[in-house]
Design a protein around this ligand. Sequence first.
Ligand code: GLN
Length: 203
Amino acid sequence: MTVTIGVLALQGDVREHLAAIEASGARAVPVRRQSELEAVDGIVLPGGESTTIDKLLRIFELFDPLRAAIRDGLPAYGSCAGMILLAERITGGLPDQQTLGGLDMTVRRNAFGRQVDSFETDLVVDQVPDSAVDPVHAVFIRAPWVEEVGPGVEVLARVESGDAAGRIVAVRERDVLATSFHPEITGDVRLHRLFVQIVADRR
Ligand code: GLN
């Protein structure tokens, strides 16, 4: 049975995630209202600007329903700004910036610093088939990193070389997945397939 996965469509690279989900064998639908949220088996929080998405979530009256849905077990996948939204704790946020939570971790916004606003690297990502031989090409754009994780969080990937070597950039806790980078823009849908599998297993 095909699962239906929503992509939060308030701001950010929504189209890219919709295409990557469709390419991974699930039905993808944009989500802008509570009725649409209630109809999905999982939700993707796209990259974009977390402060803007936070404000729009409240304007669209989706903040509380989405937070409750994730708390009640709705599988979620966040890339970049989406990772920030899924963090229980953030540093470097705006004073009034809130997060949905779902992942027991602290995330630092814009962590990689001004000199390396954007960079690309290859990563081995746990649970992504064959990534040890065929690495995931990871694109970071003013990306966050994960500063610390609670005991229930699995670290799936760390930066392997350079100034940020060792920094955590992919995590999973139960059915909630997050990456600092943007697999939706590379054409490699293995991370989206992992999320589709998480959603299918949950159903
Ligand atoms: N720096 C952005 C933020 O704080 C995230 C960037 C991204 O999603 N590419 O939300």
